[in-house]
Design a protein around this ligand. Structure first.
Ligand code: PLP
Length: 411
């Protein structure tokens, strides 16, 4: 099938999600294919930030902890995120970063499985996931080790020595999606717990944590949830573990009575014990707006459009660029998250040349050009424009220019 621009325009006309585009403050002359890394600015977040800064902070000052509901924000925003990931409202809270939440929940899981020596993950998982486990096990003095095995070997590596299986549902580089329900069931069959990283899932897929029987989960606020740069992250603990799961960063905000100022730590009931220090109110304010938009969109429409965008992108690249690129991501949409990665030895320079033309994706070493598809603000016709630029850059050899060769600090 040859794709035409007119076909894409027709898809946009029939797109039930099309009205959402106007809720975002998109820069003119930019085709943004990196919402899987940093989501765009919701107009409502901008207005909310102004209010939070000028009114709540500027005028309300410390009174705003009570009067503007600041103190309840981690649970309130968490409850809204719960609706997006198949969790109950009282199973999710917003706190810290994804990295820190991995540490907290991995430690909590180990304590629930005393005597078990292994945390299982996969090689090439997002670095921070592995790094945080390495830091945690270092502090445990060798009693627990991190073992990584290729996805195909996970079923046999799941033994009764495994305390915790930590996986990212959608791989940050390849976009490959794990079967959460199947792997969770396999982990449970040997008595292990699961911790799912939803950084590339929340807001992009129809995640169903409780449907899969998941134990713990974490995820990012600044990717598909459009919470802004460095937005706080979320964490999930299934109800059945909440009474027994305690985490090691026992800060005062997770205390049963923070304003009793006791000398002795006593964890709060429910999810509040997973807080550590004072919540980042400005970050939470922006995130609440990003999540609110996502909550109004039909999840099945999001998944359907995301899959179609990915399929069309892959076909268009083949149609316009021939066999110049390898396909890193699964071709089958049902096995992919919401981004597609292409491989090319000059991937970095090609991405820089694209960005210079206003087509923004990103690069992941050593050779992956990554393109994210965000159904709320991307149009089908944007794919045509983006791939036409890519084809032009390849045919002209424009990416070979010196100015595209130097690596910046953030790729
Ligand atoms: C983006 C991402 C993170 C980011 O963690 P931070 O603590 O926010 O820097 C972690 N894990 C995965 C899988 C990610 O994709």
């Amino acid at each position: 099938m040859t794709i035409t621009r007119a076909m894409l325009e027709a898809l946009d006309k029939g797109d039930p999600l099309a009205p959402f585009r106007d809720e975002f403050d998109l820069p003119p002359d930019v085709l943004y294919l990196d919402g899987n890394s940093l989501g765009v600015l919701p107009k409502a977040a901008k207005a909310r930030m102004v209010r939070a800064v000028e009114q709540e902070w500027g005028r309300g000052l410390i009174r705003s902890w009570n009067e503007a509901g600041w103190i309840d924000m981690p649970g309130r925003v968490g409850a809204a995120i719960a609706g997006l990931i198949g969790a109950h409202a009282d199973e999710v809270i917003v706190a810290d970063s994804t990295s820190v939440n991995i540490f907290k929940l991995a430690a909590a899981a180990l304590r629930l499985r005393p005597g078990r020596r292994i945390i299982l993950s996969e090689p090439g998982n997002f670095p921070t996931d592995l790094y945080m486990l390495q830091g945690l096990t270092m502090f445990l003095g060798g009693a627990v080790e991190v073992r990584t095995v290729a996805p195909a070997d996970l079923p046999t590596a799941l033994t009764d020595e495994v305390a915790l299986l930590l996986l990212t549902q959608v791989h940050y580089k390849t976009g490959r999606m794990h079967d959460m329900a199947d792997l969770t069931a396999r982990a449970h069959a040997v008595g292990a717990l699961t911790l799912w990283d939803l950084s590339h899932s929340a807001g992009a897929l129809e995640v169903n944590l409780n449907g899969a029987g998941a134990d713990f989960a974490v995820g990012c606020g600044y990717k598909y949830l459009n919470g802004g740069p460095g937005a706080p992250a979320f964490l999930f603990v299934a109800r059945r573990h909440q009474a027994d799961a305690v985490q090691p960063l026992s800060g005062w905000m997770g205390h049963a009575a923070p304003f009793a100022f006791d000398d002795t730590y006593r964890p709060a009931d429910g999810m509040r014990r997973h807080l550590c220090g004072t919540p980042p109110i400005l970050g939470l304010s922006a995130l609440e707006e990003g999540v609110a938009i996502m909550a109004r969109a039909d999840r099945s429409h999001i998944r359907e459009k995301s899959q179609r965008l990915g399929d069309l992108f892959i076909t268009l690249v083949e149609q316009m660029c021939g066999d110049v690129f390898g396909l890193i991501s699964p071709r089958e949409a049902g096995q992919r998250g919401s981004h597609v990665s292409l491989s090319h030895l000059d991937g970095y320079a090609i991405m820089q040349a694209l960005i210079a033309r206003g087509v923004i994706g990103d690069f992941r070493a050593p050779d992956a050009l990554r393109f994210g598809f965000t159904p709320l603000y991307l149009r089908y016709v944007d794919l045509w424009e983006a791939v036409a630029h890519l084809a032009n850059i390849m045919q002209s050899g424009e990416y070979r220019q010196d100015r595209f060769q130097t690596k910046a600090a953030v790729t």
